[in-house]
Design a protein around this ligand. Structure first.
Ligand code: CO
Length: 134
């Protein structure tokens, strides 16, 4: 069902500092910071040859990553995003298999302008999973 790993998301307190680490220390291709008020985060994308890293900093109150950063003071891996061909078909199959879909279960338009859904970490080896319709 799942296809390519679209991105790994890392929640951070200081996105400028995190972007500098990826750009200057790791030598990666790093985008400008983009505020996403609809999602409560500011994002930076790091483009790697085979996938992307999404850096997330809280924006406004309440931010969906605020609680995560309270529990993880230094920041850390927040979610994995897998691509699917048909997000509603994937959702329905996962629900039939007993997985919990977060929110109201309807896909939302994510940070890349494509439909996304989030799946409960307790059903996926302790990892928050985002599905994105490629
Ligand atoms: Co994401």
């Amino acid at each position: 069902m799942i296809g390519r790993l679209n991105h790994v998301a890392i929640a951070v307190r200081d996105i400028g500092k995190a972007a500098a680490v990826y750009r200057d220390t790791l030598g990666a291709d790093v985008s400008a910071a983009v505020p996403q008020p609809d999602h409560g985060v500011t994002t930076v994308f790091v483009t790697l040859p085979n996938t992307k890293i999404e850096l997330l900093e809280p924006l406004g109150e309440p931010s969906p990553i605020a609680r995560f950063l309270e529990r993880n003071q230094d920041g850390g891996m927040h979610h994995l995003c897998y691509e699917v061909d048909d997000i509603r078909a994937a959702r329905d199959a996962l629900k039939r298999a007993g997985a919990r879909v977060l929110g109201n279960g309807e896909p939302k338009i994510g940070a890349h302008g494509k439909p996304v859904l989030f799946l409960h970490p307790k059903d996926f080896a302790g990892t928050l999973v985002e599905l994105e319709q490629a």
